[in-house]
Design a protein around this ligand. Structure first.
Ligand code: FAD
Length: 316
């Protein structure tokens, strides 16, 4: 029990790293294990994150947060946790990854989601993403496509909703089916028509990029856009939560209460892996709430009284 960490944070994106900063500053013994695939690391430059009027690159924001957490004693490792278990008698969690394992009194899952990518070559995708020719989050960066020519790759009501959302930034929006002919509900067709959004049948594949545009090959011919937004949904990383019996919502996210507690004692979740606004600010907010709940819940079991250290005695 004494070797056990106070908290193991799985996932080192904005949610996990914010929690790490808080928990380390609460003087708790914590570790972050992160697979290194934060969605924030895909962001060429975020311009809606408060406090950075000129924007900040996602990787730089993450590095700053990691540095801040480590400054206060958090340890951050790059590994993929493959197994999570909980001993019902002791309440302790054991997490396992390639080169090791850890036991912890509490676990925060901040494992995020992965956006489904459109059909296109991986290298082309990454290059297009870096140049803003492929974007994933109109709430984040719709402003940047104001009055531009935009294609939305999607077919269901999610694709329709995204196309309608983007229509408030530009008059030139086209909805393209990724795999086959578009088959939409009559009410969706009506909304698209009223908004002046064109529809194109798939299968579609982004085939080439130039400096300022991206070309999509569709069943109806080639189309060139300033930006395409894939609206193909995402996969939520809930496997570890399921291993220890955490409940999921109907959307497939980890269910939590207003303090980020799951139904499993001392298991918490924060960020995109929980239902909510998938944004950095929201992930950070939930990370802070989770960290404070973790600290207070653990203190109920065993108070965190500060003991005199050699330095504090010398300072007196
Ligand atoms: C292209 C793009 C642009 C965006 N732009 C913006 C923007 O401008 N503004 C904004 O607010 N939001 C933006 N977002 C959304 C934002 O990036 C996310 O909401 C945010 O990163 C969520 O933080 P998180 O900590 O919940 O998850 P993530 O940042 O995704 O971090 C989750 C971490 O958990 C790790 N992990 C998962 N499973 C395991 C495991 N088993 N073991 C160990 N580690 C694991 C992952 O590798 C990852 O590092 C954008 C997203 C994308 C894709």
């Amino acid at each position: 029990m004494d070797d056990a960490l106070d908290c193991l944070i799985i996932g080192g994106g904005p949610a996990g790293l914010t929690a790490a900063i808080y928990l380390a500053r609460f003087h708790l013994d914590i570790r972050v294990v992160d697979a290194g695939k934060s969605r924030a690391s895909w962001i060429p430059c975020t311009r809606n994150h408060a406090g950075f009027p000129d924007g900040i690159k996602g990787t730089e924001l993450l590095q700053r947060m990691r540095d801040q957490a480590c400054k206060y004693g958090a340890k951050v490792e790059t590994e993929v946790v493959t197994k999570l278990e909980r001993d019902d008698d002791t309440g302790l969690f054991t997490a396992t990854w390639g080169s090791g394992s850890a036991t912890a009194r509490s676990v925060l899952l901040a494992t995020g989601v992965t956006n489904r990518r459109p059909p296109m070559d991986e290298e082309l995708h990454d290059d297009a993403l870096a140049r803003g020719l492929v974007r994933y989050c109109p709430i984040c960066d719709g402003y940047e496509v104001t009055d531009k020519k935009v294609g939305v790759i999607g077919s269901d009501s999610h694709g329709v909703a995204e196309a309608l959302f983007i229509r408030s930034y530009t008059t030139d929006v086209t909805l393209i089916a990724p795999d086959k002919a578009l088959r939409l509900k009559p009410e969706d067709n009506k909304k698209l028509k009223e908004a002046g959004i064109d529809c194109v049948d798939g299968p579609a594949q982004a085939v080439a990029i130039a400096k300022d545009c991206i070309t999509v090959d569709t069943a109806e011919g080639h189309y060139t856009f300033d930006t395409i937004y894939p609206a193909l949904g995402s996969d939520t990383h809930t496997q570890l939560a399921e291993m220890v019996g955490a409940d999921l919502s109907k959307e497939g996210c980890i269910k939590v209460d207003s303090h980020q507690r799951t139904n499993v004692p001392c298991l918490y979740a924060a960020g995109d892996v929980v239902i909510g606004l998938d944004q950095i600010s929201h992930a950070m907010g939930e990370g802070g709430v989770a960290a404070t709940a973790i600290r207070n819940d653990l203190a109920e079991q065993r108070p965190f009284w500060r003991e005199l250290t050699q330095e504090s005695v010398l300072q007196k």
